[in-house]
Write a protein that binds this ligand. Structure first.
Ligand code: 1JT
Length: 253
């Protein structure tokens, strides 16, 4: 399905990362992937994780450092000369912002969360678009806290709202170049990011009790949806937020 396609995956921290589940699903369909990491500690892990892959590229890309972003896309251009899809799976907020009341969010925490979790999408899309000469597909990760209040999610919810809105504006800008932009709103998963989230287990239990499928999602289900969205099977879909949440979001009382 993705044979001869070249993709870039941003946001693999370890093998439980949503980004890695997306990568595995895409590689199972024959895609050729490059990966970016933030910081030296993640470089070692990612190099190990991708050691057996053919023709891969592992490059630094801290989105708060524009010259690193520029260098990353230059490296892609130099090695492959093109890009077919990009999977954006990065977010950050200072830990204290994900606790207590949103009312208390500091200016600094707000700007950091929005910069890394939302601004980074148009930022990388701008560099990716010129490499997507035959059209392309960009996929990002959101969460239900973007549209409804989720206790403690706070400024991340505001950042995800901006991310989902960005998905629509970018889809409008890039549609004429046949570049599609979509978001996946994933149900909660126990990844590195979720670790340290207050009462995550109570939260997973809540979903299990109420979601129509009566269970939580598996990262592989997000990976499979990302694979669909970067493939030509989804050629008519752009600007959407697709829920991979066992149906949790449809429920009212
Ligand atoms: C970040 C973190 C983004 C955790 C995230 C996230 N998107 C989803 N999660 C998991 C989560 C977090 C909370 C939650 C439910 C799910 C942590 C680091 C910063 C980026 O609230 C109940 C807080």
């Amino acid at each position: 399905m993705l044979k001869d396609k070249i993709g870039l995956v941003l946001g693999v921290a370890n093998k439980r990362s949503i980004a890695w589940a997306c990568a595995e699903a895409c590689m199972s369909q024959g895609a050729n992937l490059a990966f970016t990491y933030q910081g030296e500690r993640l470089e070692r892990y990612l190099t190990k994780l991708t050691a057996d892959l053919e023709d891969t590229l592992v490059i630094p890309c801290d989105v708060t450092n524009q010259s690193e972003v520029d260098a990353a896309f230059e490296a892609i251009d130099k090695k492959y000369g093109r890009l077919d899809f990009l999977i954006h799976s990065i977010a950050f907020a200072p830990r204290e912002a994900l606790d207590g009341e949103y009312l208390d969010t500091s200016r600094e925490a707000f700007l950091t969360a929005l910069e890394i979790s939302a601004y980074s999408l148009p930022q990388v899309a701008r560099s990716a678009a010129p490499l997507m000469q035959d059209g392309g597909s960009i996929v990002t990760m959101s969460y239900y806290g973007a549209e409804k209040v989720v206790e403690n999610y706070n400024v991340m919810g505001v950042a995800k709202s901006a991310l989902e809105s960005s998905t629509r504006y970018l889809a409008s800008d890039l549609g004429p170049k046949n570049i599609r932009v979509n978001a996946i709103s994933a149900g909660p998963i126990n990844t590195l990011s979720a670790r340290g989230v207050k009462n995550m287990s109570g939260f997973l239990k809540h979903v299990e009790e109420r979601a129509p499928l009566r269970r939580n999602i598996d990262a592989r289900e997000v990976g499979n949806t990302a694979m669909f969205l970067v493939s030509d099977l989804s050629s008519g879909i752009t600007g959407e937020t697709i829920y991979v949440d066992c149906g949790f979001n449809i429920m009212g009382i």
